[in-house]
Design a protein around this ligand. Structure first.
Ligand code: BGC
Length: 768
């Protein structure tokens, strides 16, 4: 298909002068009266069918067979034969011209998207531009670490920068909006989608949510190189029972407000104007049909003024939930609840006109939803220039990757977490050693980008062996042996691995999870290294050679046997384009580890959901055996590696924290300080974490709760004092009445290297 030469600067709103529609400010709330009137005028000219059409989101139909060349991430019908594909494509253009499509997703090529946009703005009656969305989760051409990995950097600004780079790349390929960030707090390690979020902690999740929105949207979402952000999945999707994807969230409103809403609130405050509702129920009510959630909480409480999109037919799924009688009823319930746009199912387009005529949906509800979407389109700059992200001039994969590769490497390095480093085994010398690289992830580029792999069509990521070879000096040798498949033994695999280990000085064991063991619909019943690889680890360890485990994982795992007992363990997630090089940088000391776990690694799988900030039990214990106390038989109620844990190549000691006063006035503050000293021989970047515990409160409080953190660079021998201020606001919690309060009394406070280490100080909050 030839690109169509389309005149730029099309003024879409008939009868309006150019530039009268003012792009919305960062808050997303600053709609001008003028633009509101213009939207109202436009809506007044729309037929019922055109209104329903605006609220209809479709996947772009390609006139080619299986355009992605892979099984799609989403169950969009991509298997159509060529003739059907061409027919579908043509039919979609007819629908767009008829004003029956308001949004599209996943533009496969710029040409296809241009064609669709041309049909909308030049060939439809009202010329309203399409808004084009896509899943730009952690990169586009350049692939950055999976979000949970990036959260391990404890550096929201890094996420801001990778989101910015992703927006630059994806906007040049025709996207106006990304279905990101995913801001679901994830506390059940079995849940496959922990890989897409920022881990178990509310503060960390909140800071990363805001940073990612700011990165995607840049100085304004209307910029040609910006993407509108669409925080998802609203809400409590991560609270799925037993970590089973799409299962219900049996939580109270207090927990919803305390744990799951804050990252959304931060994302909206940072300017996000669209949000995606989640598949799950909360306390028995499906979110897509939940008026209290989508209107009472989202709009009235959180002040969200943008538009809500369903998640891939979640509105239609109200029928399967047994919440709606049929699809028509589902469309009615969803729009009345506050879901404005229907993704893929087409049921809004199909049923809304008739539902309005039958007076089952008030016209104002439809008009309001359309107005919200128009506002989002305006914020994306589409009324000003609907082709602003379609000119092709910036769409150079090679240039983007060249520009963003250093950032990909930095992000990958900062995402790696060093769990263990017995005897200072790491970093390794670059010469004079025989290294055996063993395991299914030692070579190849298949499992480096994570579960969104099918959408990354760009450059191949650097494999581990390639990165290691590039780092090694002459005189070092590298033998690469798979030893096992990911889930099955390989014939003769263990024998060849044992032989390689026997002939080596050191073993690098690259084991863990494949791309498809995490992500949507990929919850695992047991969070373990697959049995075949565990057997490989045992056999290799039995050679007695020092073993460094290079763990590939989309979630926190429960490590056992030879994996747990290895001399060193690096958590490397899915690191993207610079995978192999970044790991080699750390292995050989060209860079230093600084990552921290955003999610606890429990001792055994049966502890999940395990998270550090669980509430204080009436029978707490550190023991594994004390009867009638809160622990599983044979193990303490602890993590093997807690939230916040991560080693450096330095040796950091924390002094006991001190408080500048033992009593905090109601409107006062307390300063907590500690001195960090690097007693090691190497420079280090330490992440000092401030935790509190409210000793007595009317709601049982977490044993510890993260309140702040700071990364501190410490050269060998250097000492530095770190200070944090705490005010009453930091001591607040949510009551069962959903009030946010602080209560006078005693508080413990730690500045420590993880959620379970350190010594505490305390102070008293005095009544006001
Ligand atoms: C996922 C969303 C995603 C959407 C569009 C859904 O299945 O839950 O996270 O954005 O598909 O691809």
């Amino acid at each position: 298909m030839n690109p169509i030469d389309i005149e730029r600067r099309i003024i879409v709103l008939a009868g309006l002068a150019a530039g009268t529609l003012t792009a919305l400010g960062k808050s997303g709330a600053a709609e001008t009266t003028a633009s509101r009137n213009e939207h109202a005028a436009l809506i007044a000219r729309m037929t019922l069918q055109e209104k329903a059409g605006q609220l209809n989101l479709e996947g772009i139909q390609s006139p080619t067979e299986d355009p992605w060349g892979v099984k799609a991430v989403n169950p969009v019908e991509r298997k159509a034969n060529l003739a059907a594909a061409i027919a579908n494509h043509k039919a979609q253009l007819v629908r767009i011209r008829a004003g029956k499509v308001g949004m599209v997703m996943s533009p496969l090529t710029l040409d296809l998207m241009r064609l669709a946009q041309h049909a909308a703005v030049k060939e439809s009656r009202l010329g309203i531009p399409l808004l084009c969305a896509g899943d730009i989760i952690h990169g586009f051409h350049t692939v950055f670490p999976v979000p949970v990995g990036e959260a391990a950097s404890f550096e929201p600004d890094l996420a801001r920068r990778t989101a910015r780079a992703s927006a630059i790349e994806a906007s040049a390929a025709g996207h106006d909006m990304t279905y990101a960030p995913m801001v679901d707090i994830a506390r059940d390690q079995r849940w496959g989608r922990v890989v897409e979020a920022a881990g178990e902690d509310v503060l960390l999740g909140t800071l990363f949510a805001a940073a990612r929105v700011e990165g995607f949207q840049g100085t304004s979402p209307s910029n040609a190189d910006s993407l509108l952000a669409c925080p998802k999945h609203f809400a409590a999707y991560g609270a799925a029972e037993a970590g089973l994807d799409y299962a219900g969230a049996p939580i109270t409103e207090r927990i919803l407000h305390s744990v799951y809403l804050p990252p959304f609130a931060a994302a909206y405050k940072a300017g996000a104007m669209m949000t995606m509702v989640s598949f799950n129920t909360i306390d028995g009510v499906p979110n897509t049909g939940n008026h209290r959630l989508l209107t009472g909480i989202l709009r009235d409480e959180l002040g969200f003024q943008g538009a809500v999109v369903s998640d891939f037919e979640s509105e239609k799924e109200l029928v399967k939930h047994g919440f709606a009688v049929d699809e028509r009823d589902a469309a009615r319930l969803a729009i009345l609840a506050g879901c404005d746009v229907s993704m893929i199912s087409g049921i809004f387009l199909h049923y809304l006109p008739e539902l309005v005529r039958a007076k089952l949906v008030p016209m104002e509800v439809l008009d309001r939803a359309v107005a919200r979407l128009l506002k989002v389109k305006e914020a994306a700059g589409l009324f000003d220039d609907p082709f602003r992200r379609l000119d092709g001039n910036r769409n150079s994969e090679a240039l983007h990757i060249k520009a963003h590769r250093p950032l990909a490497r930095e992000a990958a390095i900062k995402s790696i977490v060093l769990l263990k480093n017995e005897g200072g085994l790491l970093p390794l010398a670059k010469s004079g050693q025989r290294i055996a690289l063993i395991g299914p992830f030692g070579t190849g580029d298949l499992h480096l980008n994570g579960p969104w792999q099918p959408i990354f069509t760009g450059v191949k990521p650097t494999a581990l062996d390639v990165g290691i070879k590039a780092a090694l000096h002459d005189g070092a040798s590298l033998t690469v042996v798979a030893g096992s498949d990911i889930e099955k033994p390989l014939p003769g695999g263990i024998e060849s691995a044992v032989a390689a280990a026997t002939n080596a000085d050191i073993v690098l064991l690259a084991i863990g999870e494949s791309n498809d063991m995490s992500g949507e619909s990929s919850s695992r019943p047991e969070i373990i290294v697959p049995a075949a690889q565990q057997a490989l680890a045992e056999a290799v360890a039995a050679t007695g050679k020092p073993v460094i485990v290079i763990l590939k994982n989309g979630r926190a795992l429960a490590l056992t046997g030879a994996v747990r007992n290895a001399q060193a363990i690096l958590v490397t997630w899915f690191l993207g384009t610079e995978s192999g090089s970044a790991i080699a940088d750390l292995l050989f000391g060209d860079a230093a580890p600084s990552g921290r776990l955003p999610m606890s690694f429990p001792i055994v799988p049966g502890q999940v959901p395990y998270y550090y900030c669980h509430e204080s039990s009436g029978r707490p214990t550190d023991s594994a055996t004390e009867p009638f106390t809160s622990h599983f038989i044979g193990i303490p109620n602890q993590a093997l590696y807690p939230f916040g844990h991560g080693l450096t190549y330095g040796e950091i000691k924390y002094s006991t924290p001190s408080v500048d006063k033992i009593q905090m006035q109601w409107d006062g503050k307390v300063t907590v300080s500690t001195t960090l000293t690097n007693h090691g021989k190497r420079d280090a970047e330490e992440t000092a974490q401030l935790y509190i515990h409210d000793r007595v409160a009317s709601i049982v409080q977490p044993v510890r709760l993260l309140k702040a953190f700071r990364k501190v660079s410490l050269s060998s021998g250097q000492a530095e004092t770190v200070q944090f201020d705490l005010g009453r606001h930091d001591l607040e919690f949510i009551t069962t009445d959903l009030a946010r309060i602080a209560e006078p009394g005693m508080f413990d406070v730690w500045i420590s290297s993880s959620a379970t280490t350190g010594t505490k100080a305390s102070f008293e909050l005095l009544a006001g």
